[in-house]
Design a protein around this ligand. Structure first.
Ligand code: BGC
Ligand code: CA
Length: 330
């Protein structure tokens, strides 16, 4: 059934703050001597998430899951446009036919940004009313992959094994690929599109599956990286133009760069916030790494130590580039 919702929409200007990535620089003097971390969208989102670089408009799209908002930030003007979604929003992904597709509550909705309207396309987890959509991304063919999770009492304290991973085809048919997921996170694909990288955060691993781009079938699950003590929970992730992974570490205050072929950590980028949630490459030549963060669940003393919690950061000087994102074909 289709339903229409009219959310509120507004534009604000945001301030920026800069920090140098001293710790990371010290860890790896030669490789990272010119790495710079800037806070570009200073905003206390509850759960900033799902950054996507929109090449056509040179803007960064991201969501605030618990804050129930979709944001678009322009580096050129430093303006941010925001839209309220009226429920949690796990992701927003550009749609080939225009606007976005977003995961609002348990509904996959079409977002008409210029009219500020949402139209529900299809629901998932209909038998699990407490569940909600979490991270989602379009595959290279334009299929939407999106996961769900159970009710979260406090960040990471979730009703276990309630989530699933789905794909939504262009005709809006839905396929369930995985069930018994704790917190569905982290999607991206290898350069040859034959592998999907996936994260169920509470498993503390980054996994890979064989992926068939023509059918969307997933098989042969294996672990490519196991989180080390102090690294936090693996969360959102992006694959760079060399095929290496950049994994945001929730409660780890860092993004780690992994070679999935060897399972080794190549670089570490330390951020001035602990709840780093996701990342994507963007900018005119895809050499800027954008990193989102969360503030939900921080106690007051922690917030005073991390005043930028919930903000979005830009990391420059990594010496690698990313790839353009894909749009949903439905
Ligand atoms: C998830 C959120 C979750 C948070 C902490 C994030 O990556 O996307 O849904 O609340 O991690 O668990
Ligand atoms: Ca996430």
């Amino acid at each position: 059934m289709q339903s229409k919702m009219a959310p509120r929409w507004y534009v604000i200007e945001v301030s920026t703050a800069e920090t140098t990535n001293q710790e990371a620089t010290e860890q790896s003097q030669v490789m990272m001597s010119s790495v710079k971390v800037e806070c570009v969208v200073k905003m206390n989102t509850l759960i900033g998430e799902g950054p996507v670089w929109e090449e056509s408009d040179q803007m960064l799209l991201f969501v605030d899951i618990a804050g129930q908002k979709i944001h678009r930030w322009s580096p050129a003007t430093n303006q941010i446009q925001s839209m309220e979604t009226g429920d949690t929003v796990g992701f927003a992904v550009p749609r080939r036919s225009g606007g976005y597709v977003a995961g609002v509550g348990r509904s996959i909705v079409a977002v008409d940004w210029s009219a500020q309207m949402m139209t529900s396309l299809v629901d998932v987890d209909e038998n699990k009313p407490n569940n909600r959509l979490n991270d989602g991304k379009a595959d290279p063919m334009g299929r939407l992959l999106a996961g769900t999770m159970g009710k979260e009492k406090r960040p990471t304290q979730v009703e276990k094994k309630q989530g699933s991973l789905y794909s939504v085809n262009s005709d809006l048919s839905v396929t369930k690929h995985l069930s018994q997921v704790d917190i569905s996170n982290g999607l991206d694909w290898s350069l040859d599109q034959k592998t999907i990288f996936y994260i169920d955060s509470l498993a503390l691993t980054v996994d890979a599956f064989d992926y068939d781009p023509s059918t969307g079938h997933l098989g042969n699950r294996r672990v490519v990286y196991r989180m080390e003590e102090g690294e936090g929970f693996p969360d959102g992730m992006t694959v760079d133009a060399n095929g290496h992974l950049w994994v945001a570490c929730y409660n780890g205050g860092q993004v780690i760069n992994i070679d999935p072929a060897t399972g080794t950590r190549l670089q570490t980028v330390t951020l001035p916030v602990m709840k780093t949630t996701s990342c994507c490459f963007g900018g005119p030549d895809y050499s800027d790494l954008y990193v989102t963060s969360a503030s939900l669940g921080l106690a007051q003393p922690e917030i005073s130590h991390q005043p930028l919690a919930g903000s979005t950061f830009r990391v420059r000087g990594l010496g690698v580039k990313g790839r353009p994102s894909h749009s949903f074909s439905g």
